[in-house]
Design a protein around this ligand. Structure first.
Ligand SMILES: *Cc1c(COP(=O)(O)O)cnc(C)c1O
Length: 421
């Protein structure tokens, strides 16, 4: 099996005349079709709302597409809150799911009327002392131990810094209620990048049962349950992707069994998806500059880990297509590298690809989430442009490439770099 890029060689050659490589490009059509499907999958729940995790792809043009479909945003920092505000989100459109939160961020979130999600029981008093307890409040749960689906371990919440224990969340709800909170939510994020239709239903069961227990033990009015992020995508071409309709149906079944059966059939379901919303609809496009033969065969590109950090950071697989050679046999083995002075700057190691020539364009797939946004400036590398391939196949620049002046901007109190544009 193979992954098909949403751009052709001819398109990329044309685009590169205006926007030199490397660049990130997003597929508007794919984004729209996917968000429509998500909404459909959860249409059985009256209060359903997706809060797009801004950190995945913090670009106003992208977020505004999702906003058209009624999505809100999930923020966890000051600038993410600012982005939400600048794009006209307010109050119920914003989840603030932060941790180790500075007081000024709680103040800002409170000012915007965001739904604040407390990561720890000590934050009840911290929030109260900072800006008071709002009427609507959410707490993040961590069940500890290992998170399993059937017999396979998905992740290790007991080792994760997020969320409160069961005892703590019960106590936190009581404290919040005593301090005047009226409407409550619960949240948990127990496994990342899952490619199984069972993750959300399994998580939902844990949270729904917790909601019933919390209602019994605290008398709090639980209005929403936030399943957070974690629905993954098939980065590898032989992986089968999630079926969002099956996931929605799986959550609906547990909802009936646990919530409806306990008289809580009016609770809203929220999601905070990032990767699932955007990853497949973004490519990093890069050009081959060099070819090197030593103990291995190396392809040197004009993009590097500063443009897409996941392979270097997690050893993550990102599929690569050599544009124009989609149908040629993958009978050459390469390490595909960037130019950082860091030996982990490799988009692929021992990857079988068609024979590559200097000047070839490579599409690095599934870079639409946690791609550009994890970029950095090591080695003085500049962040690339972001482009949007519109539904009519025209291309819109949605973020310009950085210039040396951007890199030097934080020295603008000196004259050292004033001659560099
Ligand atoms: C990162 C994050 C998300 C999004 O996660 P994905 O894996 O992109 O779906 C959602 N909620 C919170 C609190 C997060 O930290």
């Amino acid at each position: 099996m193979s992954k098909k890029p949403f751009v052709t060689l001819e398109q990329v050659k044309e685009i590169a005349k205006t926007y030199p490589t490397p660049f990130h490009i997003y597929d508007e059509k794919g984004i729209r079709e996917n968000v429509k499907k998500l909404k459909e999958a959860f249409s059985w729940n009256k209060g359903f709302k997706e809060y797009f995790a801004i950190k995945a792809t913090p670009n106003p043009f992208i977020i505004n597409i999702l906003k058209e479909y009624g999505c809100g945003v999930d923020c966890s920092s000051m600038t993410e809150l600012m982005m939400a505000e600048a794009l006209g989100f307010d109050g119920d459109d914003i989840m603030f799911s932060s941790n180790a939160t500075p007081a000024c961020e709680y103040e800002y979130a409170r000012k915007l009327g965001a739904r604040i999600n407390l990561d720890d029981i000590t934050h009840v008093d911290f929030l109260d002392e900072t800006c008071g307890i709002p009427e609507t409040i959410c707490c993040r749960f961590n069940p500890g131990g290992y998170f399993q689906i059937a017999n396979s371990i998905m992740d290790n919440p007991g080792d994760a810094k997020y969320g409160m224990t069961k005892e703590q969340i019960i106590e936190a709800f009581k404290m919040l209620k005593a301090k005047g909170a009226k409407k409550f939510g619960i949240h948990a994020f127990l496994a990342s990048n899952t490619v199984t239709n069972d993750y959300y239903p399994t998580l939902a069961k844990i949270l729904f049962e917790l909601a019933v227990e919390l209602k019994e033990k605290t008398g709090c009015d639980i209005r929403f349950i936030n399943l957070s992020g974690g629905i993954g995508i098939p980065y590898k071409p032989d992986q089968e992707g999630n079926d969002i309709m099956a996931i929605g149906e799986g959550v609906r079944k547990v909802y009936e069994e646990v919530l409806t059966a306990n008289g809580m059939g009016d609770v809203a379901i929220f999601t905070e998806l990032g990767r699932f919303m955007l990853a497949p609809y973004g490519h990093l496009v890069t050009k081959v500059l060099h070819f090197k033969h030593t103990y291995k065969e190396y392809v040197g590109c004009d993009a590097c880990a500063a443009n897409l950090m996941r392979p270097a950071m997690y050893g993550a697989y990102h599929h690569i297509t050599v544009l124009g050679k989609e149908d040629e046999p993958c009978d050459h083995k390469y390490d595909v590298t960037g130019s950082l002075c860091e030996n982990n700057d490799k988009f692929a190691i021992d990857r079988m690809l068609p024979e590559i020539e200097i000047g070839d364009y490579l599409v690095i797939h599934d870079a639409g989430a946690h791609g550009f946004s994890m970029g950095y400036n090591y080695n003085g590398k500049l962040r690339s442009a972001e482009l949007l391939l519109k539904e009519d196949q025209s291309v819109q620049m949605i973020r310009r490439a950085e210039t040396p002046a951007d890199y030097f901007a934080t020295f603008d109190f000196t004259d050292y770099f004033k001659n560099y544009k």
